[in-house]
Write a protein that binds this ligand. Structure first.
Ligand SMILES: [Cu+2]
Length: 157
């Protein structure tokens, strides 16, 4: 009986110490920044459907993303955006569809995505900090959903 009380006290003490170490950051439960599972901060702001210098313009409508259906998406993703690591990526995304909402999301970088009602436009900006090939996709179910597949390629060269 005495020993089991000691054991219980010991377990509670270890639990409290572990909790303190996690809370103070000595033990890290989330991956460090820069690892592939770390999602970069993306800033999203409402906009008008005008492309400022240095921005990529993305139209979402019944043709997909920038006519991705005509380009053979999803087998041939479109558009294909190539950037160098460290570059800032700036998109203006416009929903040109008269009747339905579309989404815009980027694997790893922007999985939360943005939902655009008909006529909406958003600016999406972030820095390319993770190398690799990432899917650009629609995160709102729509009639051309399967064809809204683009690609982002971030590389050193
Ligand atoms: Cu969709």
């Amino acid at each position: 009986m005495r020993n089991s009380r000691k054991l219980a006290a010991c377990i509670v003490t270890i639990g409290v110490i572990t909790l303190l170490l996690v809370m103070t950051g000595v033990i890290q439960t989330s991956p460090p920044s820069g690892s592939p599972s770390y999602a970069p901060l993306v800033s999203v702001s409402r906009s008008s459907c005008v492309r400022p210098p240095g921005f990529f313009l993305i139209f979402a409508d019944l043709s997909g993303f920038n006519d991705s259906i005509a380009h053979g998406a999803p087998l041939n993703p479109w558009p294909v955006v190539r950037v160098h690591l460290g570059d800032f990526l700036r998109f203006v995304v416009c929903n040109d569809d008269q009747t339905q909402a579309h989404g815009f999301a980027i694997q790893t970088y922007f999985d939360t995505g943005v939902a655009l009602a008909p006529g909406d436009a958003f600016r999406v900006e972030f820095q390319a900090t993770i190398p690799g090939t990432f899917v650009i996709y629609c995160n709102i179910f729509c009639t051309v959903h399967a064809f809204m597949v683009g690609r982002l390629i971030a590389s050193n060269s």
